[in-house]
Design a protein around this ligand. Structure first.
Ligand code: GUN
Length: 300
């Protein structure tokens, strides 16, 4: 049996459509336009691509996009001053400081300076704590996107065995909290986990977020499991020509697709959901800031 391919690209387009509808309704009924500010420090090429795509999709959804590009030598104090300005700006409902930041800047300090109500990345410790205690939080975009795809594919997740491979603050830990919130039995595994293959084989839901190309082979997967591959790894592809590369996930897709019940491909799986959820979070933050009901189906 071949697994169902979960089409993240199509699902993300649906989410963006719902966001655009919510934005239009907010504008018509209340004259409010949600605004997202994105701050990029330095010239990291991958970050520049992300930021450009974020800006385009924000405008496409009918929201206001504010981009702040600072040079790589910007002092930490200047970045903190910009964050304070954005915190105080009523036209800005969401603030995202693109990571990684240059080495001379204390990332934790900057993330803590963002108003938690505008923290559309969900990285502020207050939001981490709210999520961990089952309260209303801003939730990190990538795990939120994974949760949406899982609910869409499986419906009720309660009682399922979920294994998250990876313990990062951006994906692994919040993903585990979200699955726990949906009443899964959750295991967080990582590179030091003993008998990792055995642990993975118990998973009805397997989320791979380790950043190691094709680390999880098909024979680590329980037959019929739902596999969410968060990895985006660029590897050499000599078959495409000299110096060429291709993207692969943390799961060995060709073998996994023979065993799993459903699986997200790379590219075209989780990736497109991240920006879609950023837009969803911006709309949610705007609704909360104005004391209005939250958009349905776009929150955890
Ligand atoms: N860099 C790579 N992914 C992300 C993300 O989701 N948020 C931020 N702020 N930086 C990133």
């Amino acid at each position: 049996m071949t697994a169902t391919r979960i089409d993240g690209k199509a699902f993300a387009a649906t989410v963006r459509g719902k966001v655009a509808k919510g934005v239009a309704a907010l504008n018509t009924a209340h004259g409010i336009t949600p605004g997202l500010a994105v701050v990029l420090v330095g010239e990291d090429p991958a970050s520049q691509v992300y930021v450009r795509n974020k800006g385009l999709q924000t405008v496409e959804a009918g929201m206001a996009s504010f981009e702040h590009k600072l040079d790589a030598e910007t002092p930490e104090a200047d970045l903190l001053a910009l964050v304070a300005k954005l915190n105080a700006d009523p036209a800005v409902h969401g603030i995202l400081v693109q990571l990684p930041l240059p080495k001379h800047i204390d990332e934790a300090k900057v993330l803590s300076a963002i108003d938690p109500a505008k923290d559309v990345d969900g990285f502020h410790v207050l939001n981490v704590g709210l999520l961990g205690t089952g309260q209303k939080a801003m939730v990190p975009c990538t795990p939120l996107g994974c949760l949406m795809m899982l609910r869409d594919h499986l419906g009720d997740l309660s009682g399922l065995n979920a294994v998250v491979v990876g313990r990062s603050n951006i994906v692994g830990k919040p993903m585990a909290q979200l699955l726990l919130g949906d009443s899964c039995t959750v295991t967080i595994a990582h590179s030091r986990t003993k008998e990792l293959a055995e642990v993975c084989r118990r998973a009805d839901i397997l989320v791979a977020a380790v950043g190691r190309p094709e680390m999880i082979p098909g024979d680590w997967i329980k037959p019929g499991a739902t596999v969410i591959d968060v990895g985006i790894n660029r590897i050499p592809a000599p078959e495409k020509g000299e110096g060429k590369t291709r993207l692969v996930g943390d799961v060995a897709y060709d073998s996994a697709v023979q065993v799993a019940g459903a699986i997200t491909p790379v590219p075209g799986g989780v990736g497109p959901m991240t920006i879609a959820c950023l837009l969803a979070n911006t709309l949610t933050a705007c609704c909360r800031a104005n004391g209005l009901p939250e958009p349905e189906g776009l929150t955890a």
